[in-house]
Design a protein around this ligand. Structure first.
Ligand SMILES: Nc1ncnc2c1ncn2[C@@H]1O[C@H](COP(=O)(O)OP(=O)(O)OP(=O)(O)O)[C@@H](O)[C@H]1O
Ligand SMILES: [Mg+2]
Length: 323
């Protein structure tokens, strides 16, 4: 990874840590921000925190005095290209993907469409839009059961349900519509769940894979299974045949490139019972507590949390140089 000269020379980088925000994942963001603050080397960074829910004007006002930003916002108005657009306008470098890639990856219908074009297997799906009804029977005759019903643009499994019979469809769709005007309904793939991060610019490379085993009582990796301590088991590196690891890592790289992403991302996948690997989605601002999935994978690749944050900021200065 080439270091940018001005990053090395700068005695201390004035870094805006942008966290909180207005999405359903506000609390997840704030928890991660606390850990990032602790892990950033104070000799290299002066960290100033901004919460877009209350601080946007202050961020705009301060932009000229800042060197870079670390976006730790998940979901709407954070992971979807909007804050990236603001930072582009302000000429402030930031880690990860730009406007286009962030917006594409946030929308599960569009990202699945792009996966198909790139030859990446993804579960068959239909898109339901608010006001345009489709009967439960119609959906089930096309996709079968069970299906996953999800808001098109959310994270952390918010608003998602697994539907196992026709009678559960309407409630699940209405729940997803509370969070988004577009809902993706896709075939539920039984199998092993894995996730694979990629890291780098020209030197983009996959990280070791994590296998996720949601605990008893969780039909899938739902919000509780994600954030309640001990609710899931995570095995990193995942114990998989070498050719399966290679294939899944290749899909994570291809998903990242097809969606026009930059710097890092984490692609969630299912290895179905028949051995096929299906891509569910790609996250452009993956969870960032020191024990989150992406940092675990980086650690398994020999990159401790603090060094991972340094690398992300080095790439920020290369990929989104100051205007
Ligand atoms: N088609 C599917 N088949 C089986 N399980 C699924 C499917 N879609 C989603 N899941 C389960 O639901 C979880 C959340 O789905 P997904 O990753 O699409 O949503 P998300 O809310 O964007 O997640 P994240 O927190 O990673 O942003 C997955 O980790 C998996 O456990
Ligand atoms: Mg996911």
């Amino acid at each position: 990874m080439p270091d940018l000269p001005d990053f090395k020379k700068a005695s201390r980088l004035r870094l805006a840590l942008i966290c909180g925000g207005r999405s359903s994942e506000r609390e997840v963001s704030l928890a991660g921000a606390g850990e990032i603050r602790k892990a950033l080397d104070p000799a290299r960074y002066e960290v100033i925190t901004y919460d877009p829910a209350i601080d946007l004007e202050r961020l705009v006002k301060d932009a000229g005095k800042l060197d870079a930003a670390f976006i730790l916002l998940h979901g709407k108005f954070g992971e979807d290209g909007t804050i990236q657009g603001l930072l582009d306008l302000l000429g402030l470098p930031y880690q990860g993907s730009g406007v286009l890639g962030s917006a594409l990856a946030m929308d599960k219908h569009l990202s699945k469409t792009i996966y198909c074009q790139a030859g990446i297997p993804t579960p068959p799906w239909v898109l339901i839009e608010k006001g345009k009804k489709m009967s439960a029977k119609e959906i089930v005759s096309g996709l079968g059961l069970p299906v996953m019903v999800k808001p098109a643009s959310q994270g952390s499994s918010v608003g998602m349900s697994k539907v196992v019979d026709v009678s559960g469809m309407e409630g699940a769709v209405n729940e997803a519509l509370r969070w988004d005007e577009r809902v993706v309904i896709e075939v539920f793939m039984a199998g092993r769940e894995i996730t694979c991060g990629v890291l780098g610019l020209d030197d983009l490379a996959p990280l070791p894979i994590v296998e996720i085993c949601p605990g008893e009582g969780h039909g899938f990796f739902d919000y509780q299974a994600k954030y309640k301590k001990g609710a899931s088991r995570e095995i990193c590196p995942a114990v998989l045949p070498a050719e399966v690891t290679k294939k899944a890592q290749g899909l994570a790289l291809l998903a990242h490139k097809s969606l026009q992403l930059s710097g890092y991302s984490r692609t969630d996948m299912i290895i179905s019972d028949d051995g096929c690997i299906y891509v569910l989605e790609t996250n452009t601002v993956p969870g960032m507590t020191s024990t989150s999935l992406f940092p675990q994978e980086a650690m398994a690749a020999g990159i401790p949390f603090g060094r991972l944050l340094d690398r992300l900021m080095e790439m920020a200065l290369i990929a989104h140089p100051r205007a």
